[in-house]
Write a new protein. Structure first.
Lengths: 239, 239
DNA sequence: AGAAGGACATGATAAAGGTCATGTTAAAAT
DNA sequence: ATTTTAACATGACCTTTATCATGTCCTTCT
């Protein structure tokens, strides 16, 4: 943990702190802490006290909810510019955990600072509210797929969800499709789908045979995105 | 649709509009419309344009997402004080529908009014942000149950979810438990669970035989709430 | 009153998906 | 360099759950 650098010339264009007044950006700057997490490390764990809000400066984080016999469900994926945690009342604890999927840098602003910032920076608060509202809509869409889709459809959905959040790798584009900008295990994909590792493996193998995807080192190449969408068209999704 | 009454002496204690300045409460009062919906009527339907925000004054509403072959998934249940819809940018449409579960009264405030109110009433905006943030946490919990629980567990969860949102009927309490303050069909419960009518019926019958619930007219009596919770305890939920 | 439709109920059957067993490969640790 | 562990992969099997069929009861419409 180190004292953070300037928020004003922060390279992350998606950070919400930018919407504060310059006076308040300075204020937050001096009160925030900036922490680096190694891949696999927890930003926060279920049961810990909610002491403030996390802003992802640079990284990839999975928000997981561990249920029955260690089977973990990935509730949300987050990347640079996204928020983790929530403003909590005193004594409140996290119902879920947030774990870095790769080395990540996260800024932390404690409750008192953030609460005051909300009241003094309406535009900032509105942006944050819209962020939550948008997340809510996204998760509502995922509810549908978890409850109605077949495993095959869920796996297709998971791939497209990964693309929506993390996008494609800039240097990964060839005439044979685009490379997902994330390194994720079959077990974690299963965690997104609400199924198990074996089913994911089976279905990814199917997709490969059908030339919809290709496996490239530790990453997945989306060869035929539109057909992948086609698998889900009956649900008329909006990712 | 009629011009609405005063917000100041509105009987609904949970309405967020209260957190605006008195000047703005008046402003909203004059710009809002108040609409009554019959049971089964849509407050808004998927595909319609997002023109503003809905505040439930008095009623019970299900937010549904219709997927494959008319099988509808209930994404969220809402009651007096809750919000429906979201602030949308121009041209945006609803991905889901909201349907009255009983005769309900809903206040509508259009986009321009609400956007300005946000910027001028920090406390109002913060409350709304916290509402969304709380909803987000709630739905994250439901994601887990939809993806990991057995049908039996899902049905138990649905009953407790109904209790959380709508509560018990004041006059329904006897020494044999408490009456859920909602009238809901097996099909709709199936929509909460992500299963079908038959499974719900079977499991409710099981619960009845096990003396966990009792059927009373068109409503359900929770006879043994703690055992019902017990069915879910491995998930250590926080409803 | 009688017909019709909707909600509730239960059994039989089939398909989907979870679990277990086993094996291979690749990376990491000693 | 060798052992160990993690990730990937596939087949077989069995449980769970969805679907289909049928029937009853109750409410609502004509």
């Amino acid at each position: 943990m180190k004292k953070a650098g300037s928020c004003i010339d922060c390279f992350n264009p998606g950070c919400f702190i930018k919407y504060c007044s310059s006076k308040w950006i300075k204020e937050i700057e001096t009160h925030k802490t900036e922490v680096s997490y190694k891949k696999g490390q927890a930003v926060f764990a279920a049961g810990e006290f909610v002491n403030g809000l996390f802003f992802i400066k640079d990284g990839q984080v999975k928000v997981v909810s561990s249920g029955l016999n260690d089977k973990e469900q990935i509730v949300r994926l987050a990347t640079s510019g996204h928020i983790l945690g929530h403003r909590g009342s005193n004594g409140e604890t996290y119902p879920i955990s947030a774990v870095a999927m790769k080395d990540s840098v996260v800024c932390f602003v404690k409750n008192e600072t953030i609460s005051e910032a909300f009241l003094k920076n309406p535009e900032f608060t509105v942006k944050l509210m819209l962020f939550y509202s948008k997340e809510l809509r996204g998760i509502e869409a995922r509810i549908k797929y978890l409850s109605q889709m077949t495993v095959r459809e869920k796996v297709a959905f998971a791939l497209l969800y990964l693309k929506t959040i993390f996008g494609y790798q800039a240097q990964g584009t060839t005439n044979k499709g685009q490379l997902l900008n994330v390194q994720i295990s079959r077990t974690d994909i299963a965690g997104i789908c609400g199924t198990n590792e074996e089913q994911v493996i089976r279905n990814l193998s199917d997709f490969e045979q059908e030339k919809l995807i290709a496996k490239e080192g530790k990453k997945i190449r989306i060869v035929n995105e539109s057909t992948l969408y086609g698998i889900l068209k009956v649900y008329n999704l909006q990712l």
